[in-house]
Write a protein that binds this ligand. Structure first.
Ligand code: A2P
Length: 284
């Protein structure tokens, strides 16, 4: 079981000063039911993926955990992310839900724990309270890094101004149709790594004529073009696939580069088109 050759990005150091390296490419598991997750993640680990992204909301942490338990890889070779669900923002709920996450994943320490949405469903909870609980979790040593997901620039500024602790990551919907330039420049100023969810636009970008034309010119697949665009932009990318052959192809993106003209043509596709919820209007 050879690991893929994937570059890493150093995350902002947590309070314990440990350097945490995140593999720039991982497997997304959104919408993979628990009973399928074990088989999908087992395939991903077998073909060399070492970074797996799950969430309390996905309901598949136990399946992911069964695949991790069975894979036989040293724990230090894996990078596992999970996310705090919206009903769990209150301190006691967050701590209890983290216990459940760790139990389901079968891990002593999680690599990265994110606040999934800037939206608590329990009343009377402010984002700053949630972030203080995440900082407490980081201090406890049960996670190596903490971050957020779907945060807008004002959310980021508010939690950092109140606590002085910068999220290591903001995981947001990002692909050539939704390039998120304002958020990316805010992240660059604040030292936050940008992670792209639905990096293929839930598969819809694969038939975009510009993507298809570039794929033909370079001699790779449309998915490989888009994943390469994320990597060359310095983004962490987590394409989801339940098919082993697609997982292999999606990770076979290190042996070619997109030239400036191709990158510019992909950049020009940005029309602010979302395939998922807007953080201000998410349905919970
Ligand atoms: P499947 O899971 O059946 O392979 P995103 O990561 O942007 O959310 O996109 C995920 C969607 O794209 C899924 O429907 C997935 O289908 C599909 N997909 C992922 N990789 C490929 C690929 N290489 N070729 C075609 N479809 C793909």
């Amino acid at each position: 079981m050879c690991a893929l050759s994937v570059p890493t990005i150093a995350l902002t150091r947590g309070t314990n000063g440990e350097e945490v390296l995140i593999p720039q490419l991982g497997l997304g598991t959104y919408k993979i039911p628990d009973d399928e997750a074990e088989c999908v993640v087992r395939d991903a680990l077998a073909v060399g993926y070492r970074h797996i992204d799950t969430a309390q909301m996905y309901g598949n942490e136990a399946g992911v955990g069964r695949a991790i338990a069975a894979c036989g890889l040293p724990r230090r070779d894996l990078f596992v992310t999970s996310k705090l669900d919206n009903p769990n923002h209150r301190r006691d709920d967050a701590l209890r839900s983290l216990d459940a996450t760790m139990g389901a994943l079968g891990l002593e320490v999680l690599d990265l724990f994110l606040v999934h949405w800037p939206l608590a469903t329990s009343t009377g909870i402010d984002l700053v309270d949630t972030w203080r609980t995440m900082i407490e979790i980081l201090h406890s040593g049960r996670v190596r890094a903490i971050g957020v997901s779907n945060f807008q620039p004002d959310h980021l500024r508010r939690i950092v101004e109140a606590t002085g602790v910068v999220p290591a990551v903001n995981q947001i919907e990002l692909h050539p149709w939704l390039a998120q330039s304002e958020l990316r420049s805010t992240h660059a100023q604040m030292g936050i790594a940008t992670e792209s969810w639905s990096p293929l636009g839930r598969g819809r970008l694969l038939t975009d004529p510009v993507v298809v034309r570039i794929a033909e010119a370079v001699g790779v697949s449309p998915a490989q073009v888009i994943i390469r665009w994320h990597l060359q932009n310095g983004l962490v990318v987590i394409p989801k696939s339940t098919h082993r052959e697609r997982m292999i192809a999606n990770a076979d993106v290190i042996g070619f580069t997109l030239d400036d003209a191709h990158m510019a043509a992909l950049d020009a596709l940005d029309q602010g088109v979302r395939t998922g919820s807007h953080p201000d209007q998410v349905q919970v």
